[in-house]
Design a protein. Structure first.
Length: 467
């Protein structure tokens, strides 16, 4: 049998970065195969990798290549001392091709590894395209994944509650009504494609690692085995703890001295549904512009999707001019260092974002949060009183909600006191859960005679054909 190194040297698409592949395959302990892909999941999988390393588990790190720019991937890899053992090197523009190529390349890796070691545990993260593709590739090889950050489902408040924002009224009253969980419904496909990805990832999981009880409830309602659903918290809590320990290394305030003043509103607008709609995007950007012109300290972190929308809707020159003429406005691309991200967030009074992960980060850091969407896939933050929606109905609606939070010490105090929802020592709990399951047998039992325990009875004749 040719070595794995040789197999993948013959394939110019997949790069074996380290020489650990053969060692991991020959080690008959389970292979903990951590699949990383995007900036958010590198941030959240980093403490899992560090925990597996600490426990001296048999581990491989596989990068799909979904995010490959320095400030989205390599910078974070260096910061957390993560070196992928394998890179699938997927570099494509279209979503369907990205998913297809990851399935093909990750499927080949799993297939070759399985020839040498049948106990493989891929860890897929949450709601990325890599997660659903990795799950499909694993399932096709009759291998179950450990789904990190499982059970995220978007929930939406009723239309009439949001429409009330178009009339004069108290933001405090809106905030109070919004926390009534009984009014909210599931079913939205926003954010796209993340909401599809997290739902489509669930069937490939042999263990669902849910951040909060609401996620567990979602999975139970969908029929997943309660014995394989564990509420462990969100690994971002571990990452933030690491970043805080090293916060003294950050030089972001030296780069942007204005941050020393504090009192910033941090904006991040990049969701496809927001940047793809001229009306939604302009409603958000113009509300931000109004705040800057009123003298509020504003930090805009602009992603590639943000920049594309600014150009498409002829707003780029206005925002660049705003940054040139207002020293209270910092307009910056994404920073490669997570330590800098956490340090700058500490200088913010409010975070306004359409990101999912930042909703979690704001709660862990105790920063009042405004979500720039009609709904959220982290509704637990709203129900707990840590988050409020500013739906992009019109510029004035978005402005009133953000300004209402920024100006109300009562609202911000309630948000800060909502409590941290996402736990601690999450990565240790995650590894211990997975080890507890695989020590008892397969990560999941695909066939009914296995699930029913018949194959363990003395009369059952062993043997099967491998397909």
């Amino acid at each position: 049998m040719p070595t794995l190194q040789h197999v993948f040297q013959m394939d110019d698409k997949i790069t074996v970065v380290n020489e650990t592949l053969e060692r991991a395959a020959d080690d008959q302990r389970p292979i903990h195969l951590v699949l990383i892909a995007t900036k958010p999941d590198i941030i959240k999988q980093a403490p899992l990798i560090l925990e597996l390393r600490k426990q001296k588990q048999n581990m491989l790190i596989v990068h799909s290549g979904q995010h490959y720019e320095w400030n989205l991937s390599k910078g974070l890899e260096e910061e957390f001392r993560i070196t992928p053992d394998v890179n699938l090197n997927v570099r494509v523009d279209h979503l369907y091709e990205l998913e297809a190529q990851i399935i093909l390349r990750f499927g080949k890796l799993i297939y070759e590894l399985k020839k040498r070691n049948k106990r493989i545990v891929p860890y897929t993260y949450s709601d990325t395209t890599t997660a659903v593709a990795g799950g499909i590739a694993s399932f096709a090889n009759r291998i179950a994944v450990a789904h990190v950050e499982a059970g995220l489902r978007t929930m939406s408040p009723p239309r009439d509650l949001l429409m009330q924002l178009m009339e004069p009224g108290s933001i405090e009253g809106y905030f109070a009504r919004l926390k009534n969980a009984a009014l909210w419904k599931k079913g939205s496909y926003e954010p796209y494609p993340e909401q599809f990805d997290t739902r489509a990832s669930a069937p490939s999981a042999g263990v669902h690692l849910a951040p909060v009880e609401l996620n567990r409830k979602n999975l139970l309602e969908e029929g997943y085995d309660e014995r394989r659903i564990f509420v462990v918290g969100n690994p971002v809590a571990d990452t933030i703890a690491i970043a805080r320990q090293r916060q003294g290394e950050s030089r972001i305030v030296e780069k942007y001295p204005k941050l020393k003043e504090g009192g910033f509103i941090r904006f991040c607008i990049h969701r496809r549904e927001n940047v793809s709609s001229r009306h939604r995007f302009k409603s958000l950007i113009l509300a931000m512009k109004r705040l800057v012109e009123e003298g509020v300290n504003v930090l805009l972190i602009s992603l590639g999707a943000t920049e594309k929308a600014l150009r498409e809707y002829q707003l780029k020159d206005d925002i660049a001019a705003l940054a040139a003429t207002h020293d209270n406005f910092i307009y910056s691309p994404v920073w490669p260092s997570y330590i800098d991200v956490v340090a700058a967030m500490g200088q913010c009074s409010v975070i306004a974002t359409d990101s999912g992960s930042i909703q979690e980060e704001a709660n862990v850091l105790g920063i009042p949060l405004v979500t720039l969407r009609f709904n959220t896939d982290r509704p637990e933050t709203v129900f707990a009183g840590a988050n409020i929606l500013a739906p992009p109905i019109r510029e004035d609606v978005v402005y009133r909600v953000i300004r209402g939070v920024y100006d109300s010490e009562a609202i911000r105090a309630e948000m800060r006191s909502a409590g941290k929802l996402y736990g601690e020592n999450v990565s240790e709990k995650t590894v211990n859960v997975v080890n507890g399951i695989i020590s008892a047998g397969p990560l999941f039992e695909l066939l009914e005679h296995e699930r029913l325990g018949l194959s363990k009875l003395p009369f059952w004749e062993p043997g099967e054909i491998a397909w």
